[in-house]
Design a protein around this ligand. Structure first.
Ligand SMILES: Nc1nc2c(ncn2[C@@H]2O[C@H](COP(=O)(O)OP(=O)(O)OP(=O)(O)O)[C@@H](O)[C@H]2O)c(=O)[nH]1
Ligand SMILES: [Zn+2]
Length: 370
């Protein structure tokens, strides 16, 4: 099996960064990583390549040096035709977990803590279901994932998935939801998608062009696997429905992590990417500022905003040095965000109210019929 590497996103700039290695270097793209080895798609086929000793030493000092799915790498051919992964080519974009600044994405430096989850991603689809359990799309989650996408260097596009769940309602309700989402992420395209009917799937595909690479972020049940299958035009991913039907856990299934799409473009899907950014919640933040909460018990006014109020115990603590000023600043920023989120929630509650009314009206009309 041979591959046209340009369909996997290979281009001239990358060719220039291919190192001159003794015995010659072959370019390839990492489709999967294992301890100490990787599966690499090269023009001549897919190779299981062990990491070179030099690369392993570099990775011991800085885990960001480890290859990850989506990386372009240089392979060398050893005796007996085995391949070795000699070098990771410079990354254009990278999803990094754990305390590494954006500066590290071009090169391979970090604080020794991070892990690259996916590299050279062009488009990040943030998938948020129009309805999730009994709730509307979660704007806070969309914002968080869009922020992560920008951070990676890739371009975010928000997909409001399972758009058909609004089909039996009047269109206006979905339009309202889309408008809310658009307002939450200014400058980011927002598309409704239904992977079951295929509505909107072509538009999703068009973001990838001939060779763009995408990841899909979103909560469990957002329809990520179903969307990948719709894009691929085949069952390349096991969906929740399938998993439930045959009772197999998803962890027992080995599936491809770099999925080429028939119309061009690729999707990277790994367990790490699926989980990225979904676990930091605002509950965590309350705990983080527990000491301010405690101090606030000593303020003269119970609704003290710790701004200019007389008898403010929090300001007194800053004055005395007990509470670092920076902490109060972060708390203030958080309060502003929380207030903003609350206003958005209000808008959502109003939309939900409208929806309930419509459903009640529908039921009443239904009852009136003979
Ligand atoms: N009504 C409706 N249901 C959908 C749509 N897309 C997916 N689903 C259903 O939603 C459920 C979850 O879909 P998955 O594709 O497995 O979701 P996922 O995001 O991959 O979930 P995880 O693998 O847990 O991360 C399945 O039962 C799908 O059939 C859609 O467009 N409309
Ligand atoms: Zn106060």
């Amino acid at each position: 099996m041979s591959y046209d590497l340009s369909l996997l996103g290979w281009h001239d700039d990358l060719a220039e960064s291919l190192p001159d290695l003794p015995g010659g270097a072959v370019p390839g793209r990492v489709a999967r990583v294992d301890r100490g080895a990787a599966e690499v798609v090269a023009a001549g086929g897919t190779h299981h390549a062990r990491l070179s000793a030099r690369l392993r030493r570099a990775a011991a000092a800085d885990p960001l040096a480890l290859p990850c799915v989506g990386d372009w790498v240089a392979l060398t051919i050893l005796d007996e035709g085995r391949h070795e992964l000699a070098e990771v080519l410079p990354r254009r974009t990278a999803f990094v977990r754990g305390g590494v600044s954006r500066d590290s994405r071009g090169g391979l430096s970090g604080d020794g803590q991070g892990q690259v989850l996916a590299a050279n991603v062009d488009v990040v689809f943030v998938a948020e279901p129009s309805m999730h359990a009994d709730d509307f799309a979660d704007l806070g989650r969309i914002e968080r994932l869009v922020a992560l996408a920008w951070e990676s260097g890739a371009r975010p596009v928000v997909l409001v998935t399972k758009a058909d769940l609004f089909a039996d309602l009047q269109d206006r309700v979905l339009d309202d939801l889309l408008a809310d989402v658009e307002a939450a992420v200014p400058g980011v395209e927002v598309h409704p998608v239904c992977s079951l009917t295929g509505d909107g799937v072509d538009l999703v595909r068009s973001h990838l062009g001939a060779s763009g690479t995408a990841v899909i972020l979103g909560p469990s049940g957002a329809g990520k696997s179903t969307l990948v299958n719709a894009l691929a035009g085949a069952e390349v991913m096991e969906t929740q429905r399938v998993r439930a039907a045959d009772g197999r856990g998803r962890h027992t299934t080995v599936h491809r992590q770099l999925i080429p799409l028939p119309g061009g473009g690729l999707v990277i899907d790994t367990p790490g990417i699926r989980r990225v950014g979904l676990y930091e919640t605002s509950e965590g933040v309350d705990l983080v500022f527990a000491e301010i909460d405690e101090l606030a018990g000593g303020c003269r006014f119970s609704d003290c905003g710790h701004g200019q109020e007389p008898g403010c115990a929090v300001l007194a603590a800053v004055e005395s040095g007990e509470l670092p000023e920076r902490r109060l600043e972060s708390w203030r920023r958080l309060q502003r965000e929380a207030a903003w989120m609350a206003r958005r929630t209000d808008a959502r509650l109003r939309a939900e109210e409208t929806r309930k009314w419509k459903s009640i009206h529908r039921q009443m009309r239904g009852m009136g019929r003979p």
